[in-house]
Design a protein around this ligand. Sequence first.
Ligand code: FAD
Ligand code: NAP
Length: 338
Amino acid sequence: MTSWQERVSLKPYNTFGIDVKARYFTQAHDDAQVRQALAEAIERQVRVLVIGGGSNLLLTGDIDALVLHMASRGRRVLQDDGDRVVVEAEAGEPWHPFVQWSLTQGFCGLENLSLIPGTVGAAPMQNVGAYGVEIKDVFAGLTALDRETGELRDFALEECAFAYRDSLFKRNPGRWLILRVRFALSRTLHAHLDYGPVRQRLLEQGVHAPTAMAISEAICSIRREKLPDPAELGNAGSFFKNPVVTAALAEQIRERFPGVVAYPQADGQVKLAAGWLIEQAGWKGYRDGDAGVHRLQSLVLVNYGRASGAQVHDLARRIQADIYERFGVELEMEPNLY
Ligand code: FAD
Ligand code: NAP
C-alpha cells in the first residue's frame, strides 16, 4: 500500500498558490510506487491526476481524484562519445537544478532553458521552450508508462509530435505517465544568442565569448527582472500561447496597428506576441480582487493572494474575448486546467 492522505490542500503544490483540496494525495519516489498508486486507484475507482512542480496548472476547484506527486530523483550519464553526451533524469527531478548540474559537468545544450520552474518529467508535455530553444532540440528519448495497458514504452524524438508548446503527451491527457527523460548534450557550445535581449545582456556584462554557463547566468538575470517569482506572487508563467495566424490576418492587424510585434514563421504564417496584444488592449497591470495581469509582463496572470482558480479563469476568458473583438485573434490558454 502507498500511503494516501485525504483532503490535502494543494496550495503548496501549484505555483499559482490556489487553495483547493485534493480528495487524496500521495507521492511516488520510484517506478514501483507509481505502479502501486495507479493499481490502488483502479481498485478504489478513483481518478488520478499526476503533477510535478505544479507550475503549469490552473486548479479551478477541489480535485476529486488521487493527486500523484512525482518525487523520483536521479540523473546519470548514459553515453559519452567525447563530444556528444546522453544524460537521463528521473521525472521528479526539479528542472533548473538539473540544467545547472548539466552545465557544471561541462555539457552544453540546456543553457537557454535555465530557470524554468517545474520538473524534468513535465518538460516534454508542452515541449518547454525559451529564448529560441525547445527541449525537442536536445531530446534523446523518454520512458513512459502507458496508463491504459500498464506497459512501459520508450519514445524517440519523431514519436513525440513535439510542436510549439505542444506534444503527443499534452494531446492525450492522462494516457502517458513520463518516468524519465533523456537529452543529447554536447561538450561543444552551439550558442543561441539571437533571441530577445540575450546577446545584449552578455555584452553589458562584458562577456564577448560566452560559455554555456555565462549564457545561463545572463538568461537567469533577464528572467529574474521580468518574471514574477511564484514564491512571492502566484503565477504559472505565460498564461496564453503566442498565437500563430495567417499572413493575411497579420497584415490586416499591421495596417491598423503598425507597432504590432510579429515574427514570420517558416510555413508562411506569422506568430504574434500575445503579450503585445494584451498590453495594447489595456490589460497590463489590471487587477480584479486578487486576480490580475502582471504589471511588467502582460502575458502573466497573477494571484495576489486569495484568488480562486475560477476567478483567474474568468479573467483569462474576459481577456480572450476582448482580444478576439479587437484583433480577431483567438488566444489559447497555456496552463492545464483542472
Ligand atoms: P505541472 O504543472 O505539475 O504539470 C503540467 C502538466 O503535465 C499537467 O497536465 C500534469 O498532469 C502533467 N504532468 C506533470 N508531470 C508529469 C509526468 N511525469 N508524466 C505525465 N504527465 C505529467 N514554460 C515554458 O515552456 N517556458 C518557459 O520559459 C516557462 N517559464 C515559466 C516561468 C514561470 C515563472 C512559471 C511559473 C512557469 C513557466 N513555464 C514555462 C511553465 C512551466 O514551468 C513548464 O511548463 C513546466 O515544464 C511545468 O512543469 P511542472 O513539473 O510544474 O508541471
Ligand atoms: P520576450 O523576449 O519579451 O519576447 C516576447 C515574445 O516574442 C516571446 O513570447 C517570444 O516568443 C517572441 N520572440 C522574441 N524574440 C523572438 C524571435 N527572435 N523570434 C521569434 N519569436 C520571438 O519574451 P519573454 O516573455 O521575456 O520570454 C522570454 C522567453 O521565455 C520566451 O521564449 C518565452 O516563451 C519564454 N517564457 C515562457 C514562459 C511560459 O510560461 N511558457 C514564461 C516566461 C518566459 P516565444 O514565446 O515563442 O519564444
